[in-house]
Ligand binder design. Sequence first.
Ligand code: TTP
Length: 634
Amino acid sequence: MPVARPEPQEPRVIAHVDMDCFYVQVEQRRNPALRGQPTAVVQYNDWKGGGLIAVSYEARGFGVKRSMRGDEAKRVCPGINLVQVPVARGKADLNLYRSAGSEVVAILASKGKCERASIDEVYLDLTDAAKEMLLQAPPDSPEEILIEAAKSNILGLPSDASEKEKIVRAWLCRPDADSEDKLLACGAIIVAQLRVRVLEETQFTCSAGIAHNKMLAKLVSGMHKPAQQTVVPSSSVQDFLASLPVKKMKQLGGKLGSSLQDDLGVETIGDLLSFTEEKLQEQYGVNTGTWLWKIARGISGEEVEDRLLPKSHGCGKTFPGPKALKNSASVKGWLDQLCEELSERIQSDLNQNKRIAQTLTLHARVSKENERDSVKKFPSKSCPLRYGTWKIQEDAMKLFESGLHDFLEYQNTGWSITSLSVTASKIFDIPSGTSSILRYVKGPSSASSPAIPDSSSVPEDPSLDNNVYVTPSNEEQCEPSTSEKEDGKKYSAISAKQCSANEAKRISKKFPEVKGTSSILKFLSRGQSALHEKRKSDGLICSHPGLESSLEASRAEEHNASAQGADRSSTNCGAEPSGSNAWMFNVEDIDPAVVEELPPEIRREIQGWIRPPKQPNTKRRGSTISSYFPPARS
Ligand code: TTP
């Protein structure tokens, strides 16, 4: 449910930029003969000519729509060019479009905080840039306004006037405008400049919305397409929202919007104005009630996040009609392909951006034989993400088996899958301390190895220590128990039933919960038998390999793809670890004098673990971290 965010004190200038018929433009750049022609990009699927996923504005003029398939589009527009998306591993390969989107983002991000919202849209916070323009070079001469800015659509101004451009020029330079409108005018000019640069440098056109918040900017960016921009002055907000159907608002597209229509008779955002905040809170809870009350007034405090990279990576494939998957072997074949692509993408994110994904989720659309209309959905399943292609493949297959088990509810019946996808989410930047501590914590065997890239080993969330599969609360779980995590969200987890409770307690006592510094602790806790928890739940087994085995697997994968098979057989899930290379440490064994010599960020982290001071533990147990920290010289 949406929640109201606190509004900033000062007015902001926010833009939402959305590429026009994006995949088509990318294909037109690859093949300029397609420019200006009715063109559509079709999904990789030959059934009825494939589903259209992007349609050029020329084709739209003939009545071609995205909901059509290629055959129908040809009937409507015989001259249409249908371009199939590039294919890899038997499915659409979107890399071409992703990197084209990145080209655009690189340009747009030059003027302020930039949030990449999808493959072809971004939010920009241009407040600072607009303030600077207002201070240093305010628009004061209508004739000098950039033509692209003069073509802006400004809500509240006559849009079909023969002198529209002249009116817009005058509006952008009004000396008597209030400071909000003046900032907005500067924002409109900056966005126009950016759009011109995008066109010059990438050959792509885009459309944009410019307003005082994200919500309004997004709502208007698609209002005048292609290659145009729309500005929302504060004075026109009420009129605009008065006629805006509730379902047009992203968060109101589903059940909440339906409830507003059915339960309160609200058809437009403006209709919400007739309800008090208390009434809306009574109906939808305090947070959502306040959010609704605010959006009715065009108020939204949501900030533009500073994020140029995607929040998650997903790979999916649909299997329509006769292509539906009906046995585990075919599911495994496809899951392997999807996981291979996912693994490549998260590995490249790790190498290029030093980001780690924590959670692997499997989604599927499944129906039972003879029960095509069943309302029961296949439950999405998640687990901690282990890096390495075959590990992801293995875990994804287990998630599938677990989901199928829950879905079938012990019925011995056939099933049929029409879509499968795997997602890597909860991506975070590697804390700088983590990468540096790796140099200190390499096990004995790796010490003699060539330098291992810091990115080759991936820590996991320590809070998952005693949990095997974890899913956000909006996903179904295998066997729910609920725990509150640091970020305040509720997570449900499966307790490791087969893992002895005593052992679990022993581990958690030894490795105290450390807030905000999950990575290193988890990393270090992956030693010996304690970290090779074997867990079974609903037929699932999951073992957490130690540092060394994960390093080795990563290395093997990086340097010798053909060794994967052998690697896989030697590290089967549930198999005992080789042990010789794995190790662990006790917090109690860390010599405080040595900690003082560590880089500050690691020092802070380790000090967090050992505070309050523990009783000195003189008992040495095998390989401990203290073996690798020589005592400080006195
Ligand atoms: P959109 O921004 O929704 O649409 P668009 O850019 O094609 O056209 P518009 O000018 O109306 O914004 O989607 C961006 C790209 O994402 C689109 O070019 C193709 C892809 N896409 C899909 O693959 N499947 C889909 O269902 C949708 C909606 C988009």
